[in-house]
Design a protein around this ligand. Structure first.
Ligand code: ADP
Length: 493
């Protein structure tokens, strides 16, 4: 009888189910978008029930499409958009409010309050995170304050909090399991990544009763079972999407890193059992817990990456499709034009919300193709800035960078990234690293594949190595640094 592994990949805009055979080959993908709710400026919500319904729908669609029976699925892993917060009634399973999405900024005043309480250093030291509305903690407080009677219900133990992994697990197991994994817990602002416990001080500061919290387990462990009419599927992995991509890229050893080129870029470096201090302002996060052992990571992000390519298409309207940028860049001479897409300020390592985008090096013969090329290159320069910070903070010199995400399909960009970093860029043939990671973990948990097996399963599509001299690299990098410098502190504070 054939055997299969399933990954549920619950993202910010769509829910996906991916079916793998027991050799690790990807057989089918099903995807369903769901509604983005914007009640006010800077508020972003999802309907938790729609998330659940879209996720379970694609799961059944993929089984029907491939005529696989639930009983033939050995294990299922869940990977998810991180930080997004749901609170529901333990007795009825009904959410008491919409999910507050990671992008939602309504809790900025609560963050300000935490800073005023002097918690900035404590928070970084113990949760690995900066105080920001991005993370779950302040969102929990907001919902408990906003919904009438919620806090009393919470005190009585009648409410559950969960990130999306937890919400899906609860529904898949019909309310039997209320659990999360270390990677998701480490994104909540209320989890102590040193002591591996919910953090009393942060809970107190945010007035969150302990009774709402899920149990925190290894990312590869038995979470529960999804019963269907033709068999039961064991749920044996849960992991946040970026950490899942790191696992899917087989970055198992300290110093290995991956970069996901999507709307933004997400860079994670495995730091082993060490929580590295980061003067550059990178986040410390838990990559995963496996066999009772925690692996940590440094995380940094670029706010505007693929989004800058969207700007070329939708804003400037000088390309029709993101893919065109590859041939345009390849066929356009280098004119030393630099585009700094600081549309909403700059993150790591500049941390300047007052900087704004700019184009440098314009001359009378600069054409639109030069702007396209320079915009594409800005993805590589910005990633370099984050990686330089990571290398400095970790004291680890990167040898190789694993890549994934939509824009890594662009050969010009990958070659330019290798040239500017002088590091080998390795692109896997399956760039769905997020789903791959959850499937690998789920299979590892049931003893189907070892870590060595997983390393062998990951197939490389292409390796890009630098073809440039150091003198070129230094010259280009210093012009980029200069360009960034001139965008800083642009808008009035
Ligand atoms: P997300 O998961 O953030 O939605 P994806 O991984 O699907 O992003 O990648 C899509 C992003 O990558 C878009 O912003 C798009 O503009 C950009 N992109 C996609 N293909 C290419 C390409 N060939 N070259 C450059 N950018 C691309």
């Amino acid at each position: 009888m054939s055997k299969f592994i399933i990954a549920l990949d619950q993202g910010t805009t769509s829910s996906r189910a991916v079916l793998f055979d027991d050799k690790g080959n990807c057989l089918a993908i099903k995807q369903k978008e769901f509604t983005q709710i914007f009640p006010q400026q800077a508020w972003v919500e999802h309907c938790p029930k729609e998330i659940w319904e879209s996720q379970v729908a694609v799961l059944h669609e993929i089984l029907e499409l491939t005529e696989v029976k639930s009983g033939e699925v050995l294990a299922m892993g869940i990977t998810n958009q991180r930080e997004t917060t749901v609170i529901w009634d333990r007795n009825t399973g009904e959410p008491i409010y919409n999910a507050l999405v990671w992008q939602d900024k309504r809790t900025a005043p609560i963050c300000e309050d935490l800073r005023e309480q002097g918690l900035t250093d404590y928070c970084k030291e113990n949760t690995g995170l900066v105080i920001d509305s991005y993370f779950s903690g302040t969102k929990i407080k907001w919902i408990l304050d906003a919904v009438e009677g919620a806090r009393e219900k919470a005190e009585r133990g009648d409410l559950c909090f969960g990130t999306i992994d937890t919400w899906l697990l609860w529904n898949l197991t019909k309310g039997k399991a209320h659990a999360t994994d270390y990677s998701n817990a480490s994104r909540t602002l209320i989890y102590n990544i040193k002591d591996l416990q919910w953090d009393e001080k942060m809970l107190q500061a945010l007035q969150i009763p302990k009774s709402v919290l899920p149990e925190v387990k290894d990312s590869a462990s038995y979470f529960g079972v999804y019963e269907t009419t033709d068999g039961a599927i064991p749920i044996t992995a849960m992991i946040g999407d970026q950490q899942s991509a790191l696992f899917g890229q087989a970055c198992f050893e300290k110093g290995m890193a991956k970069n996901t080129y999507g709307t933004g870029c997400f860079l994670l470096m495995n730091t082993g059992d060490e929580i590295k201090k980061s003067p550059s302002g990178l986040l410390n996060t838990i990559a995963w817990g496996i066999d009772g052992k925690i692996t940590y990571a440094l995380e940094g992000s670029v706010f505007v990456a693929g989004a800058a390519i969207q700007w070329l298409r939708d804003g400037l309207q000088i390309i029709e499709d993101a893919k065109e940028t590859e041939s345009i860049a390849q066929n356009t001479e280098d004119k030393d034009v630099y585009v700094v897409p600081a549309f909403s300020g700059l993150g790591t390592p500049y941390w300047d919300m007052y900087s704004r985008g700019a184009v440098f090096g314009l001359t009378r013969d600069t054409g639109k193709d030069h702007i396209v090329k320079a915009t594409l290159e800005s993805l590589a320069y910005q990633s370099k800035d984050v990686l330089d910070a990571m290398q400095m903070d970790s004291g680890i010199q990167l040898k190789k960078l694993q890549v994934d995400g939509g824009a890594c399909a662009n050969d010009y960009l990958m070659q330019f990234q290798a040239d500017i970093l002088d590091v080998e860029i390795e692109r896997p043939d399956l760039i769905e690293s997020t789903a791959v990671g959850a499937a690998y973990l789920a299979a590892y948990a049931i003893g189907l594949w070892s870590m060595e097996d997983i390393k062998e399963k990951r197939k490389v599509d292409k390796v890009f190595s630098s073809v440039k001299q150091d003198i070129w690299r230094k010259a280009k990098s210093s012009r980029w640094d200069e360009a960034v410098k001139r965008t800083l502190n642009w808008v009035e504070q």
